[in-house]
Design a protein around this ligand. Sequence first.
Ligand code: NZQ
Ligand code: ZN
Length: 390
Amino acid sequence: MQNFDYQNPTRILFGQGSIAKLAKAVPANARVLLLYGGGSALRNGTLDEVKAALATAGIGHVSEFSGIEPNPTFETLMRAVQQVKAEQIDFLLAVGGGSVIDGTKFVAAAAALPEGEDPWNILLTGGRVVKSALPFGSVLTLPATGSEMNNGGVITKAATHDKLPFSSRCTYPQFSVLDPTKTFTLPKRQVANGVVDAFVHITEQYLTYPANARVQDRFAEGLLRTLVEIGQDAVNKPEDYDTRANLMWTATLALNGLIGAGVPQDWATHMIGHELTALHGIDHARTLAVVLPAVMQVRREEKRAKLLQYAERVWDIRDGSEDARIDQAIERTRAFFESLEVPTRLSAYQLDATAIDPLVAQLEKHGMVKLGEKQDINLETSRHILQAAL
Ligand code: NZQ
Ligand code: ZN
């Protein structure tokens, strides 16, 4: 096992009715800005429930910022930063999915930057310029990203199609409310996206090379098997509380740092996927469903031991030669995503070989030239991965 330094300060308030607990979680004298997306939280009553909880606590100043879009943009978020400064806001509360929570993390960090520091540097430095941030919490409405219990965010500059990640020890939510009933109004497509996103977060911390990290491996395998077990019901039975509860907690555990502590990680699928979203507007999780099977195929030698472990422990594949077992594991992964109506080929998005050069150029522009658990996925390997995804 590798050395690690792990601390996760986010308090989780889990279960039906938990929004009422905001009354105690938000500081009593705070000046609060509620941040949300395109209106789902308004339409399904979640926002009203949040406001009622804050009113119970007697919180004096509560204002709103709406319109944080999926794949949140720098341009929109900078308007929120202005509002924070103009209204002397000192606590942010995100109500939404990964995009709203990521956006809120950026606003929290950007509002606390020293005068004169360009907020885009938060992305250009991967978060290294962030030395402090406003405190914030979240009310999660879409189980997928894990943003509710981690310190990362992904922000897009719309003007230049740059979609870049950042993280900082200052951008963990203080708390997150996870009420599974708040997911009941999700469109099927978003639930399927959430299952796939969580699945790929787990594989990116698991499908590398053996590190003799037994509990991290078993934990990852348990989370993967849970997603396979509940995937169909999660999508097709919107009001099945227990299924949604299991999805919500699985997605949180998939990316709260626990399974990634002490093990090698490979975020190539995400980094290549971000370019597909930035250039072609494909939903985040849908890019991953296209790229992951191709990564498994192209990197099968480097990942051989873990792919065999994955085949056996996640898919119960025990018979046949090593290569046959790996082929089957890749096929089962593909079939699982497709069963959720999430395509696994670029051709499903009318993209062909002519799409590859611009994607590789974007990776180069963003410095994504040494990806993978051994930093040996260069631009040529990324090109092969994209070719295998056609
Ligand atoms: O904007 P509204 O109207 O709220 O609608 C949203 C949005 O259109 C809707 N929605 C959310 N909750 C709903 C709902 N509709 C009905 N009922 C509800 N309860 O769902 C749509 C998608 O929302 P979004 O937040 O964009 O989805 P998701 O949670 O999948 O987040 C994706 C973003 O997270 C980033 C991705 O890159 C992408 O930008 N990621 C963040 C990570 C992190 N912070 O650790 C890791 C991930 O790998 C990911 O990269
Ligand atoms: Zn993701």
